[in-house]
Design a protein around this ligand. Structure first.
Ligand SMILES: O=C(CO)[C@H](O)[C@H](O)COP(=O)(O)O
Length: 216
């Protein structure tokens, strides 16, 4: 069954605990946390204290997407705050292998994410070391953007590689512009986890929203 990771970027921050509990009850599999530094992406969102604050309010894995330059400097802080998965951008560090090993050493699952214009071949050497690959279908930084369908070729390639190579155990996650229509395209190419912000939190009925995305 396709996993659904609601992105709290689109939630009501004044009621974050209630928002998280509602999507957990509604069947979410991960809570997706978008961390932005105003440098790697042109926006600032949430940081370590928020991850620490939400850790006790849900039993779901916290899927922490670091949209920050030199993420290696913050791995320990997010691990200590309670991240279950830490995903770093290939474009944001000169030391991808070292950063992935650092995440693992903290007992956290490592993920690698690439922007829409980044070729998937660039991360092939790291695939056997990671638990998750995140394919961006928008340019990161903001919720509510249009889905870039060209990026789906990379989902298909990742699915092909993992069918050919038993050492690859990564989940394929897609993020950006995912809704009940675009979700079908993602699943058809082999995506396992779908991140959705606006399509879940901007709807009154979160259960229906999650089911519509999962069952499209
Ligand atoms: O990483 C992100 C933005 O950089 C968000 O997770 C993503 O954009 C989700 O928002 P939406 O579903 O509204 O597109």
């Amino acid at each position: 069954m396709t996993k659904i990771a609601p992105s709290i970027l689109a939630s009501d921050f004044a009621n974050l605990e209630a928002e998280i509990k509602e999507v957990e009850q509604a069947g979410a599999d991960y809570i997706h946390v978008d961390v932005m530094d105003g440098k790697f992406v042109p926006n600032i969102s949430i940081g370590v204290p928020v991850v620490e604050a939400i850790r006790p309010v849900t039993s779901l894995p916290l899927d922490v997407h670091l949209m920050i330059d030199e993420p290696e400097n913050y791995v320990e802080a997010f691990a200590n705050a309670g991240a279950s998965i830490i995903t770093v951008h290939q474009e944001a560090t000169s030391h991808l292998h070292r950063t992935v090993q650092l995440i693992k050493s903290k007992g956290v699952k490592p993920g690698v994410v690439i922007n829409p214009a980044t070729p998937v071949e660039l991360i092939k050497p790291i695939l056997r070391d990671i638990d998750l690959v995140l394919i961006m279908t928008v340019n990161p930084g903001f919720g509510g953007q249009d889905f870039i369908s060209e990026a789906l070729e990379k989902v298909k390639q990742l699915d092909t590689w993992r069918k050919e190579e038993s050492e690859y155990t990564y989940e394929i996650e897609v993020d950006g512009g995912v809704n009940q229509h675009t979700s079908l395209l993602c699943k058809q190419q082999g995506a396992d986890v779908l991140v959705a912000g606006s399509a879940i939190f901007k709807r009154e009925n979160r259960k229906e929203a999650i089911e519509d995305i999962r069952n499209s």
